[in-house]
Design a protein around this ligand. Structure first.
Ligand code: PEP
Ligand code: MN
Length: 261
């Protein structure tokens, strides 16, 4: 049912909805190379961060609007849908100008209702699909509130992305999987497509397959995974990005719920 909704939005969701691409758009070549590899893997949309909300200043903060031109070129050359993260109304305006197919709100932005409301206001009158990542903390009401703000602005093509929650405790994962949180959201908003982002949960490439499989077992509708042609050289989130080949192997190795006996 939720997958059918994604299909109706023009986003391929069978057998699985897959958003993949680099954490950050870094150069036109990097975006095109990744897009070509992912078009062969049949993903639902190419993701790439254009404006990067970094926790500390001084690290790479994204290439800005120039990257939207690279994404448009990637779409023209591969036929892939394109999507990026928006954190403020100016980002929304730029994305609408370049006719992006999908937007998402990042974990740091979901945490701030004023920012979410400003984005919702900037999106009024459109019906572009928007995915909302969970906030940094395990606060389901804050997550739900962000979805409601977008719905109240008249948007109907809404989904959620679970990317784990930040913790001060030493742990195996960069962000705790905290599965109860997305399960609670699915219970409260049963028609909302729910995607898992194992890349930001894990923080390390090697942990991703097990978390991705767990999301499938919990009946998530799809995955968002960071893919880079040369992960060690990535300007952000280097340790958690997969090569296109690793990504294809991961997807081929997943057992989907209907395949399980
Ligand atoms: C990202 O998708 O690259 C990102 C910054 O994710 P999050 O908002 O989940 O930290
Ligand atoms: Mn990232």
């Amino acid at each position: 049912m939720r997958k059918q909704v994604l299909n109706e939005w023009g986003l391929k969701a069978d057998p699985l909805f897959l958003a993949a691409g680099p954490c950050s758009a870094e150069s036109e070549e990097q975006v095109l190379e990744t897009a070509k590899a992912l078009a062969e893997a049949g993903v639902s949309f190419l993701r790439a961060g254009i404006w990067k909300p970094r926790t500390r200043p001084g690290s790479f903060e994204g290439v800005g609007p120039e990257g939207l031109v690279w994404l448009e070129r990637a779409r023209a050359e591969t036929g892939l849908k394109i999507g990026t993260e928006v954190a403020e109304p100016a980002h929304v305006e730029a994305c609408l100008e370049h006719r992006l197919d999908v937007l998402w709100i990042g974990a740091r932005t979901t945490t701030n209702p004023f920012s979410v409301q400003a984005i919702a206001d900037a999106l009024k009158g459109t019906d572009i699909p928007v995915f909302v990542k969970n906030p940094m903390s395990a606060d389901v009401a804050l997550w739900m509130g962000a979805v409601e703000r977008l719905a109240n602005a008249g948007l109907t093509r809404l989904g959620a992305i679970h990317r784990g929650v930040s913790s001060s405790l030493e742990m195996r994962y960069r962000n705790a999987p905290a599965w109860k949180m997305p399960i609670e959201l699915m219970r409260c908003m049963p028609d909302l497509p729910m995607i898992c982002d194992p890349s930001h949960i894990c923080g390390k490439a090697g942990l991703i397959p097990a978390i991705a499989q767990e999301a499938m077992d919990l009946l998530f509708d799809g995955l968002m995974i960071e893919v880079h042609p040369n992960p060690p050289e990535a300007l952000s989130d280097a340790a958690q990005q997969l090569t296109p080949k690793q990504f294809s192997e991961l997807i081929d190795g997943l057992q989907l719920p209907h395949e399980k006996s």
